[in-house]
Design a protein around this ligand. Sequence first.
Ligand code: OGA
Ligand code: MN
Length: 294
Amino acid sequence: MSISISELTPGFVGEVSGIDITQPLTREQAATLEAGMDRYAVLVYHDQPFTDEQQKAFSRNFGELENTAGGNVTKAAERRLDYQMADVSNLGPDHKPLARDDRRRLFNLGNQLWHSDSSFRAIPAKFSLLSGRIVVDAGGNTEFADMRAAYDALDDRTKAEIEDLVCEHSLIYSRGSLGFTELTDEERQMFKPVRQRLVRTHPVTGRKSLYLSSHSGTIVGWPMPEARAFLRDLNEHAVQPRFTYSHKWKQYDLVMWDNRTTMHRVRRFDETKVRDMRRTTVAGDSVTVQQMAA
Ligand code: OGA
Ligand code: MN
């Protein structure tokens, strides 16, 4: 079986066929997919039922897995999945949808804001792989924005202005923008802001991209309201329909994206319905900028 990748959205989203991800990949197959990720930034696979262990094994073809600790308000005893799986479902450990006012659900609503996974970590994520185990038939699309194309479309003056800017990212900012502001001291400590460049250069292709995320709450050296207004403006530019793709889920789809060059968000759906989505995250290998002293 040989892998082929067809173009769903020019230069941005590819659809992969000729692969069964439950089987170990040859070195050549892994290289084909990695090159596909560098060429596109989002790859879609259909009809891929697999276990959590198989999802992890497939993901490890692209690097080490990120540990999800520190990225949520869900306590260890409330977890449905282990620490190498990000639980992006609307479910508790009893497999039932969380109650409307459940704190975990309210926190997870942050996924409806455009973001890049783990931009709140000093070393942010490389790839994310999201598996649709049980999907909903209305709403719940995941949308992606191409931050390379968004960067390319900026005027030269803006490109020069942002070239060396550094932002502070934190879950406190993304959740705060939804009015989710009640955090314990321990959570505040865990969610301490980290610094990220606003313009990133892809290590393989050399292409520049805008590194935006709902977690980004200020620009170092700028007054906060001015930083927020500017970031909002850049965001508005970056998520224009011409830069985006909307994925309507079918059961057992797997979607894989490069967090260094894209943003994504989930759209609203009826949360009394089960939506079981499980993510593995491939860790990045470096900081984007020097961090503040602890
Ligand atoms: C994610 C995420 C969106 C979704 O997995 O990182 O933001 O569709 N999920 O649930
Ligand atoms: Mn996400």
